[in-house]
Design a protein around this ligand. Sequence first.
Ligand SMILES: *[C@@H]1O[C@H](CO)[C@@H](O)[C@H](O)[C@H]1NC(C)=O
Length: 336
Amino acid sequence: MGGGGEVCSRRMALVGGVGLVVLALALVSARAELRRFEQPVKPDGSIGFLVVGDWGRRGDYNQSRVAVQMGRVGEKLDIDFVVSTGDNFYDNGLTGEHDPAFEESFTNIYTAKSLQKQWYSVLGNHDYRGDAEAQLSPLLRRIDRRWLCLRSFIVNAELVEIFFLDTTPFVKSYFTDAEGHTYDWRGIKSRKTYIANLLKDVESALKASTAKWKIVVGHHAIRSISHHGDTKELLKYLLPILRANSVDFYVNGHDHCLQQIGDTESPIQFLTSGAGSKAWRGDIKETNIGDVSFFYDGQGFMSVRLTRSDAEIAFYDVFGEVLHTWTVSKQLHSAI
Ligand SMILES: *[C@@H]1O[C@H](CO)[C@@H](O)[C@H](O)[C@H]1NC(C)=O
């Protein structure tokens, strides 16, 4: 009898142990999952947004002129939201939640009616040179309710899923050779763990996605022929995951220009919109030339319009003139 009781209690312990493991796994996966935001689409199922990057300079370096044209184009396209590809506040991010630069470079600049929509923002390397966590603070959303900046998150809008990634911690040289700058690495305990966890989260979210369009946004370019060029850490770690999961566009800033480059091994288009203020750097990395379909060294921004079948990309200069357009249709690929 005693023996049977022992077996029974062992079984109970086993069941309890399994239960704890299941609970622990659930907690881990709950913590690892990227936060999701639902973005409504128009009644016809389409969606439109503008993309601007590398902008916050209190209106200087033509930031205000670009902002005016974004307002005009935003009105015309009836946009649903705006994406910022980072380097939101120059030169060194925000000093804290109460830094007046937030209103001087954002609220007071993007004043057009069509831009009074949700802004989804990632951090850039310059944002890390100040109080990076201040930009993530809910307090900023109380000052200007358009603002939403998190390290990494997902915006779901029925036909499109947009994966926003904080790419600054990928770049090794910011840790090893900061060139006299101080980076705010609070919240990034170890670069290796950060990268491994983020890649795992992104890969599983991309795999699970059934959206018609998959767009990934990060500050740093994967491919660029401009000043900074390719980001080798993203080429190595991120690009294979994007290729394996039918990502349509990778959208970035960092280089202060507008460009479109096609991937050599997949249909991915690399789209740079980092021309929200200071531009005209004047250098091109000829050696990086892949499938470059457009490059503009000056100021401007980009628009994206998506329907179930088509994606239309357009780039604009400081006068709001269309510099380049590109359309892709998916009907054929996904008929079955
Ligand atoms: C602002 O844009 C105009 C028109 O492209 C250009 O001539 C001027 O140099 C720009 N200013 C700056 C500071 O980039």
